[in-house]
Design a protein around this ligand. Structure first.
Ligand SMILES: [Zn+2]
Length: 249
């Protein structure tokens, strides 16, 4: 195909069947002054665990759900019920009360916890509606980044982290092995090291009346961000995710 033909195809591709879930995009912490010394550690950790610029990687998708709040205020990824949520043992369930190193912090400045629980439900309903309107055969793309080195709160402490992690569940939402292998190949062809379900496993699901596949794509922050928050790999990885998405839907 000529270059011109390719461009035409790019323009025509319909991404309506993809719903991107980017729950850790935000860094906003209400009720605090980030210049006050007492909040320094909280602000630092919120930045460390934020999937900063992850939404840039999928900005070509029309259906995206992001979160403005820091995950330290409300973590949309977590199970609502702490007894199902392994990270709640680390003070990092739906509503965190511990920093990365396990130090307890005060949530009082954030305001009423019920508000954040309602916000969590609102975002989950929005996801359900988007998946249902995308219809049977659509794809839930769970987009994240992760730190280049394991953090104290992480279950996986292996220092050898991949560039890209592809996560999926062992249920009807799992994309086929062939598709996963094809997607892995796209990244590996560009010299990126890919792991499956490592250092984080699984992919977001939501109860709906449609059949959908769910894939988590996580990018190692040391690959696509630098001290300015973005580098030349950001665009390359966005392009590779675009290719990956076309395989899925
Ligand atoms: Zn994340």
């Amino acid at each position: 195909m000529s270059e011109k033909g390719k461009t035409y195809e790019n323009r025509q591709y319909n991404y309506d069947k993809i719903v991107a879930w980017i729950p850790h995009s935000g860094m906003y912490i209400p009720g605090i002054s980030d210049r006050k010394k007492e909040y320094e550690a909280l602000v630092r950790d919120a930045k460390t665990l934020c999937d900063e610029k992850a939404d840039y990687l999928v900005s070509f998708l029309p259906n995206r759900i992001t979160c403005g709040y820091s995950r330290f205020v409300v973590d949309l990824e977590r199970y609502e019920d702490d007894s199902n949520e392994p990270m709640s043992a680390k003070g990092m369930g739906l509503l965190y009360n511990k920093l990365i190193d396990g130090t307890v912090f005060d949530r009082n400045p954030f305001g009423d916890s019920d508000f954040f629980i309602r916000y969590y439900h609102h975002k989950h309903s929005q996801l359900k509606e988007m998946v249902e309107s995308a219809g049977d055969g659509c794809v839930l793309l769970d987009v994240h980044s992760f730190c280049g080195v394991p953090q104290k709160c992480d279950f996986d402490q292996n220092p050898d982290r991949p560039d890209i992690c592809l996560g999926f569940n062992d249920d009807e939402t799992k994309p086929s092995d062939e598709k996963i292998a094809e997607i892995r190949d796209i990244f590996e062809k560009h010299g990126l090291d890919v792991a499956l379900n490592r250092p984080f496993k699984g992919s977001m699901t939501v109860k709906t009346n449609v059949r959908y596949a769910s894939l988590m794509i996580e990018v190692n922050k040391s690959v696509y961000t630098d001290k300015y928050g973005i580098n030349h790999w950001t665009g390359i990885i966005a392009g590779l995710i675009k290719e990956a998405v076309r395989i899925l839907a």
